[in-house]
Design a protein around this ligand. Structure first.
Ligand SMILES: Nc1ncnc2c1ncn2[C@@H]1O[C@H](COP(=O)(O)OP(=O)(O)OP(=O)(O)O)[C@@H](O)[C@H]1O
Length: 774
């Protein structure tokens, strides 16, 4: 083995030497190019013969300018390329690879040694590859096979052969610290080591230890929709991020990072995952929360309730009649029935029911809502709805033209002309010089024209933006009892429909929009005014996808018509009311059809120790399917206490305990923001801690108090469940929230209960997965 390490170290030294030399060369080259760029920029005009005397001179000048600009752009782009290469080389200089396969291609005698790292490195002749990028076709053998027969796919076909050996290395600072022959070792030492480490301020890349099923997700480029249903901690987010890196490599000539968008649950999560791609030498994709998008699109119309306020209401509000209505409303408005209902509603508007705003100018109606309605329904009904809207807009703009002409003669115009500033007058006269005189025989006429046009500008803009369509009222009309027969067949609406109608109308009268109404409202708006879509996005990835309704998926699909979609989620963590009854992503098959859809399950969980996984999987139905990665730790503990004073004292001591054992991140996870605020208040003087709120941007190290729904997608060395009592987690619908909270723990999990423990713990208590202390 020593001999092997020595040999390998020699190879490593050679590779590092090459990288060092390349860094030196690129640096020298890059400095030269930089000088060139500066020179061209400085002397752009000196080197150019500007002569406009004749048409030929003019043409020559233009061509010269173009040529100069082109040269500059080529050098600049080469410079950027070199800079990226330099960054990449520097990043891998001291740890250039992490694995090796000895692969013998069929029909050959000798196995090729393929070293695998984060970026490709070739020798000075550029002919021999010293390190293969982990995304290269041959590298997939490293992730997919144990020693034995193996194949991989290249653009020209499938290569078959024998994987003779597979090595894993840990290299630090240019020294091989360990190397494992995977055919001899049991288990995955490197993965053990990686998972045993503490949390980081940011999520880490997993390229050295990608597992086979994860690799399948990362490299899957078949259909339009890839759905990944995976247990908590099974690497869904990790797979999504490495998948993006894979796309950026595979399609590097045509795909840019900003053509990929990742929908994440909140800004703290976005921040948490934002280092993975740069660590892999790639630029970050766009990241958005769906809420940000809704806010952006609806900010002019409404203050939209955010999803966390909706959740907080569902967790903490009194369980009265209104609560039941709201819950039913949330479910129904997220359903495909409601989606179809809205589409039917739009169709009925073709023949009647459109609602418009009258158009006023200086307090006087120019075109009344009634006239607009009459005009709309007098148009040729065989035209497509959106064309009719367009024609109506043109008709209104013409009306505005007429009014504009007539207004120029009015007295107010003369008054306003008197008030024009010097600058404004100058502006009008400048224009006069540009325009032909013949249109403006009188100066005053021109000023009048200026004044009226200026006043009408915003009106015109409103008409252009179709603001004369009363979408708010149209949405409200959807909840009018008169629509029932037209829109809904028997049994399609929930039993609470009557009270949902009232609740929704009251909300709209207050000029508010609940979270559950935001996407439906936007859909209706788009069906009537035309869809805003973004065709430049080629890949959309949706993480924590169990939190999206089928309605929202439909919407995202329309929004990005040219994109392929990757959807990753776990229904055991579906904490929003609209999704708490769903158990799988089957409904998504309808989105692009079965031929374009592939579903993959990830069952092994990597985040937590075996003991934590064996406990948490007892909390959910069919939890036995979740497999633990064999990493040992302490058994989770449930401690039952008498009162809150005791609870806070115990938490203080426990946090100290965890920190003494090396935990860098400790989360005290609560049910809601309300419970978190109370816990924070009580613990503040005892422990140095931070309260995480919905607008917290950064993942915090140290001790945090956090509501379970904000801890989604992230992880902590040690987790304390603040109060797992029957009083707090008494209701069945909190099971998934409770599971989400417990699965955030990597190494240690401790639950407290003031008084009787939650019935949700039932199976786990009986199965002795949990040590109980009274
Ligand atoms: N192949 C792997 N190698 C190393 N670490 C891994 C691997 N797969 C997952 N992990 C680690 O497991 C943890 C959980 O991964 P990740 O957050 O991607 O899971 P998830 O399925 O998105 O979880 P959740 O649904 O709970 O949010 C992370 O620390 C991640 O780095």
């Amino acid at each position: 083995m020593d001999e092997q390490i020595r040999n390998e170290q020699q190879y490593l030294d050679k590779v590092m030497e090459t990288i060092k030399k390349q860094i030196h060369d690129v640096e020298a080259d890059s400095a030269k190019r930089k000088d060139e760029v500066i020179h061209i920029r400085k002397h752009f005009w000196d080197d150019l013969k500007v002569n406009m005397d004749t048409f030929d001179d003019y043409l020559e000048t233009i061509i010269g300018m173009r040529q100069q600009a082109q040269d500059l752009s080529v050098i600049e782009s080469t410079h950027k390329h070199a800079y990226d290469r330099l960054e990449r080389l520097k990043r891998i200089e001291k740890s250039p690879y992490f694995g090796r396969i000895d692969f013998r291609e069929e029909g050959t005698d000798d196995a090729e040694r393929v070293h695998i790292g984060v970026a490709t490195v070739t020798d000075e002749t550029n002919e021999n590859i010293l390190i293969y990028d982990w995304r290269a076709p041959i590298s997939s053998v490293y992730y997919d096979y144990p020693p034995g027969p193996a194949t991989y796919t290249t653009p020209v076909g499938t290569i078959e052969g024998e994987l003779e050996k597979k090595w894993q290395y840990t290299i630090r600072n240019g020294v091989i610290e360990s190397m494992f022959d995977t055919s001899l070792t049991i288990g995955d030492e490197i993965l053990q080591e990686v998972l045993g480490q503490g949390t980081n301020k940011h999520m880490q890349s997993i390229v050295a230890t990608i597992q086979r099923d994860q690799n399948y997700i990362i490299r899957n480029v078949h259909g339009k929709l890839l759905v990944v249903q995976g247990a908590a901690g099974s690497g869904k987010t990790s797979a999504a991020l490495q998948r993006i890196a894979y796309f950026l490599y595979k399609y590097r000539d045509t795909l840019k990072a900003d053509q990929i968008i990742l929908f994440s649950p909140n800004n703290m999560f976005s921040n948490y995952v934002s280092h993975v791609l740069p660590e892999l030498g790639e630029e970050n994709m766009q990241q958005e929360t769906f809420q940000d998008y809704l806010d952006y699109r609806l900010r002019d119309s409404f203050q939209v309730e955010d999803p966390y306020d909706q959740l907080e209401y569902l967790l903490e509000a009194e369980r009265d009649q209104e609560y039941a209505t709201r819950k039913a409303s949330i479910r129904f408005k997220a359903s495909s029935s409601f989606f179809d209902g809205i589409r039917r509603y739009r169709e009925t508007l073709e023949s009647s029911g459109m609602l418009f705003r009258g158009i006023k100018f200086r307090g006087k109606t120019i075109v009344s809502a009634k006239e607009i309605t009459e005009q709309f329904y007098s148009e040729d009904t065989s035209l497509r709805f959106l064309n009719r809207i367009d024609k109506l807009k043109e008709w209104l703009l013409k009306k505005i033209d007429q009014v504009e002409k007539a207004e120029r003669e009015k007295r107010w115009v003369q008054d306003e002309i008197q008030l024009l500033s010097k600058d404004e007058l100058q502006k009008v006269f400048n224009k006069l010089e540009e325009d032909s005189f013949q249109y403006y025989d009188k100066e005053n006429q021109m000023l009048a024209r200026f004044v009226v046009r200026r006043r009408m500008k915003s009106l015109r803009k409103k008409v252009e933006d179709l603001a004369f369509i009363h979408v708010k009222k149209l949405y409200k009309q959807l909840f009018d009892s008169s629509m029932d027969d037209k829109l809904w067949s028997r049994g399609e609406v929930p039993a609470e429909w009557e009270s949902i109608r009232v609740l929704t109308r009251e909300m709209l009268e207050r000029e508010e929009l609940y979270q559950e109404d935001a996407t439906p409202f936007l859909l209706l708006k788009e069906l009537i005014q035309g869809f805003q879509s973004n065709s430049s996005i080629k890949y959309v990835l949706i993480d924590e996808a169990q939190d999206y309704s089928i309605f929202q998926f439909e919407f995202i699909k329309r929004l990005f018509p040219m994109a392929r979609m990757t959807v990753l989620g776990d229904f055991n963590q579906a904490i929003f009311a609209h999704s708490d009854a769903l158990t799988d992503f089957d409904a998504l098959t309808g989105l692009y059809g079965p031929d374009e859809t592939e579903l993959i399950r990830l069952e092994r969980s990597y985040r937590s120790t075996r003991q934590i996984i064996e406990f948490t999987r007892e909390l959910v139905p069919e939890g036995e399917q979740i497999k633990a990665f064999e990493r040992e730790g302490d058994q989770p503990v449930l401690e039952v206490l008498d009162d809150e004073a005791e609870l806070h004292e115990n938490i203080r001591a426990k946090v100290e305990d965890f920190q003494r054992s090396g935990a860098e991140t400790v989360a005290i996870i609560c049910k809601s923001a309300a419970e978190s605020a109370a816990a924070y208040e009580a613990l503040q003087g005892k422990i140095d801690l931070t309260l995480v709120k919905k607008n917290t941007e950064e993942y915090q190290q140290g001790v945090v108090v956090i509501p379970a729904y904000l801890a989604k997608g992230i992880e902590f060395d040690s987790v304390i469940i603040y109060n797992a009592s029957a009083e707090v987690y008494g209701e069945e619908h909190l099971r998934r929230l409770f599971y989400t909270a417990c699965t955030r723990a990597m190494h240690q999990l401790h639950l407290y209960s003031v008084g009787e423990p939650s019935p949700l713990l039932g199976n786990a208590l009986e199965g002795s997965m949990l040590i109980t202390q009274n």
